[in-house]
Design a protein around this ligand. Structure first.
Ligand code: PLP
Length: 384
């Protein structure tokens, strides 16, 4: 079995049930889910509030299109706009992260009348043609070209290169506040603030892709809130429905006013809307973002103490943590799963990514640290 096979869908672990931060196979073996299946379950697996809301809604009214007013959609909308950074007063629902970014780029183009998109090296914004055009990795793009062009890439975190790229013809700058797939890259203080100023001066839209960083993961509801930056467009998906397929785009008024025709058949369907309402209101009311901040600090401190020189760096914010290894991350992820019953994700070749459900407790975090320590120590032994 190659490393690639393992991470691309043939994991030899047949899961049957989930609860909190744990996943179980049919024989009852528990796995600690330190990846939340790509950050999709911030409240943990099969959270009762979400399960109940979805079960009720699917029985009452599974679907009507978005031209009919229904309570589930109105509640989801109200919860999302209330939880969004101040200044983002309108939102539109879609079904995934790539669709959210696709819409964001379309809205920016129609509101500005310009076409150029500025994106960052090592970005990931999704795999449909438009979002893919703003995604960095050639492996994802090359076989599908030509894409929806006019994208200029600048080195992530470099304010001077960003300043040089943003001009009067720029429709949007699209950035992840912390890069996820690209390796948990945290930009220096001031980067997002500068991006905010540059786009405002140029009349361009600042699009922040919070598909991975949002929903409380970094210790604030949205990662941009650490910098006090409000984008013109914020995109979210992954954890928005705690595992149901839903995304959203929250926008400032000038973007909403300038948006041309755009929609999707399943936009804000009642069942996913019920999941969004339950997820967002539970996260906010039970203050899970603050818990993520505390647990993230605990986890990083413990990891640094336990791993020391066995790794190059532990970085991140809240419960979005990257460990820069001295060797391949796929292999470490596989050994963690097979020998320690801990599920983690690679983010690039040498970074192991931890994005557990926000509901993990200190015992879970300690288990995670022990599992990583055992795995990385044994790998180091095997190497020498
Ligand atoms: C996963 C991800 C996407 C794409 O989301 P999909 O739901 O897979 O389309 C976009 N942006 C970021 C930052 C992501 O992590």
């Amino acid at each position: 079995m190659s490393d690639l096979d393992f991470v691309s869908g043939s994991k030899p672990i047949r899961l049957e049930r989930g609860e909190g931060a744990s996943l179980y196979t049919a024989d009852g073996t528990a796995y600690l889910d330190a990846g939340a299946s790509y950050a999709c379950t911030p409240l943990g697996h099969s959270h009762p509030a979400v399960v109940e809301a979805v079960q009720e809604q699917v029985g009452d009214l599974t679907f009507v299109d978005s031209s009919y007013p229904v309570a589930a959609r109105e509640n989801a909308y109200a919860a999302l706009v209330a939880a969004a950074p101040d200044g983002l007063e309108s939102a539109w629902f879609c079904n995934s992260g790539t669709e959210a970014n696709e819409a964001a780029l379309k809205f920016a183009r129609s509101a500005t009348g310009e076409s150029k998109i500025v994106a960052a090296t090592r970005s990931f914004h999704g795999r449909t043609m438009g979002s893919l055009a703003a995604t960095w990795k050639d492996k994802y793009k090359k076989p599908y070209e030509p894409l929806a062009g006019d994208v200029e890439f600048v080195p992530y975190g470099d304010v001077e290169e960003l300043a040089a790229a943003v001009d009067d013809e720029t429709a949007a700058v699209i950035l992840e506040p912390i890069q996820g797939e690209g390796g948990i890259n945290v930009p220096a203080t001031g980067y997002l603030e500068t991006a905010r100023e540059l786009t405002a001066d140029a009349g361009a839209a600042l699009v922040l892709d919070e598909v991975q960083t949002g929903m409380g993961r970094t210790g604030e509801m949205w990662a941009c809130q650490h910098a006090g930056v409000t984008p013109d467009v914020l995109t979210t998906a992954k954890g928005l429905g705690n595992g149901l397929p839903v995304g959203a785009v929250a926008v400032q008024d000038w973007i909403a006013d300038g948006a041309a025709s755009h929609n999707a058949t399943f936009s804000g369907g009642p069942v996913v809307a019920a999941a969004v309402h339950a997820t967002v209101s539970t996260l906010v009311e039970e203050e899970w973002p603050a818990h993520a901040a505390d647990l993230g600090d605990f986890l990083v401190t413990e990891l640094e103490a336990a791993l020391g020189d066995a790794v190059r760096e532990v970085r991140g914010r809240g419960l979005l943590v990257g460990i820069e290894l001295k060797r391949g991350a796929n292999r470490v992820a596989r050994d963690l799963a097979m020998n320690q019953q801990v599920l983690a994700l690679p983010a690039g070749r040498t970074v192991l990514r931890l994005l557990p459900p926000l509901v993990i407790d200190e015992a879970d975090a300690a288990q995670l640290v022990d599992a990583l320590t055992a795995t990385i120590a044994s790998e180091t032994d095997a190497q020498s």
